[in-house]
Design a protein around this ligand. Structure first.
Ligand SMILES: Cc1ncc(COP(=O)(O)O)c(C=O)c1O
Length: 425
């Protein structure tokens, strides 16, 4: 039945409040922070609330070792240090990514090498990554973008075949699993961000902060010496004599998290499973309703992936060939006019960012891993990523508690645009 699209002056399909209705436990947060103020516990690690949160997080993901740091960035950088990334090395990262995933690569003196993504998921494509492996490749950083789990079996094969380490960027994906095992318990390490506040921040959030988990004792000890200056008990923890001789100063960096963050993180962790289950159920409803709607292509998860977290929203792909080539911008504008809270993905692929295009004299005096002229990446070099970022990848909110009836209205809006798209051609 022909209906007038809202973008052309018709009524909106979505009339309900599109805001998330779930509210964080603010009273509990206040009490936890006030308690630390009363105790005057404003600094310290390896003890108190920080240790309590690390133990709870390790238990949550099922990993033997867990360390808290001040950011997701530094979580990743300390994990890269743990696996031995340094000058002259190359580290594989997806082109549909984020600088936070690879800033640590550059600052350790190594070079990020970009890989294309799998069109079925928008996540790093192990086959494309394999083509870019050289004798210099030390590690790979899969990003479980928005909580969608990468092809870990494909990555494990590369790890075994070429001896490269896997440093997972699980910043969006704290509850996610592969084959029943939380990502935090998989080799070699998993890194998390705690940035933001619930429900829009990272899946477990604390304002700022980061976590790293691993089952590898050597990696754990390397992180301890790298950036955990004066951590309580650090000398007793270190079993490697080479590391132990450094004393409680280690290598001098101090990237510990603030106790207030640890208190907030602990509270957030308590509701994480509830929020994740609700998000999974609401995703199921949306995906079922959108399956088969012309113009929509749903991601095809890897068989062993159990997505979770969903920071930043749910994935959808636009299939213009099903709507006579209607331009992605017009499609998104029509949905938005109907009241659908849909958004496009990140603005540009990593290989076209000025830092990568132009390079940078990182340490001055023509030194550093990415001097001008390092890369000669061009537009079109990563076709899958570029097509997705060119408007084919979309995001919807990952609702915990939407207003009743909202998801049905969103589905109806997609159908309305699909049935009336010809008026936009
Ligand atoms: C994919 C990804 N990796 C790493 C980070 C870095 O986390 P943080 O902001 O806590 O440093 C973020 C933060 O948004 C992220 O989205």
């Amino acid at each position: 039945m022909a209906e007038r699209l809202a973008i052309l002056g018709g009524p909106k399909a979505v009339t309900l409040d599109t805001q998330e209705q779930w509210k964080p436990p603010i009273e509990e947060q206040k009490q936890a922070i006030c308690k630390l103020i009363e105790e005057q516990f404003f600094s310290g690690s390896g003890t108190g609330i920080g240790k309590e949160f690390e133990d709870a997080f390790a238990a949550y993901v099922g990993a033997r070792y867990c360390l808290s740091v001040n950011h997701g960035h530094t979580a990743i950088m300390s994990a890269l240090y743990a696996v031995g990334v340094g000058p002259g090395d190359e580290v594989l990262v997806p082109d549909l990514g984020y600088i936070g995933s690879y800033a640590g690569v550059i600052h350790l003196g190594a070079r990020p090498i970009f890989c294309d993504v799998d069109p079925k998921t928008g996540l790093i494509d192990p086959a494309d990554a394999e083509k870019r492996i050289t004798v210099h490749t030390r590690a790979i950083i899969p990003i479980h973008m928005n909580g969608y789990v990468c092809d870990m079996d494909g990555l494990f094969r590369l790890r075994e075949r070429y001896g490269i380490a896997i440093v997972q960027d699980a910043c969006h994906a704290h509850p996610a699993k592969w084959d029943g095992v939380n990502l935090g318990a998989l080799p070699d390490l998993a890194c998390y961000s705690l940035q933001g506040s619930d429900p829009y921040g990272k899946p477990a959030s604390a304002g700022e902060g980061g976590m790293v988990t691993t089952n590898n004792r050597e990696f754990y000890e390397r992180m301890l010496i790298y950036c955990h200056l004066h951590r309580v008990g650090v000398e007793q923890e270190l079993t490697n004599p080479l590391y132990r001789m450094l004393g409680n100063q280690g290598l001098g960096l101090k990237w510990r998290a603030h106790p207030f963050e640890m208190a907030l993180g602990l509270i957030s962790l308590r509701t994480l499973d509830y929020r994740n289950e609700r998000r999974l159920e609401n995703r199921r409803i949306l995906y079922e309703g959108l399956r088969g709607v012309p113009g929509v292509r749903l991601p095809e998860p890897y068989p062993k992936a159990q997505d979770g977290g969903f920071y930043g929203g749910l994935h959808l792909f636009y299939a213009p060939e099903q709507l006579d080539g209607l331009a992605p911008e017009k499609y998104v504008a029509a949905l938005q006019a109907e009241g659908v809270p849909v958004s496009g993905f990140r603005d540009r692929p990593e290989h076209l960012r000025p830092l990568i295009q132009r390079g940078f004299d990182l340490y001055g005096h023509n030194r550093g891993p990415i001097p001008p002229g390092t890369y000669n990446y061009k537009k079109g070099d990563f076709p899958v990523t570029e097509a997705l970022l060119g408007g084919l990848a979309l995001r919807l909110p990952a609702y915990i508690e939407p207003v009743p009836g909202l998801l049905e209205q969103i589905i109806a809006a997609f159908r309305k645009v699909a049935e009336n798209y010809k008026s936009l051609l």
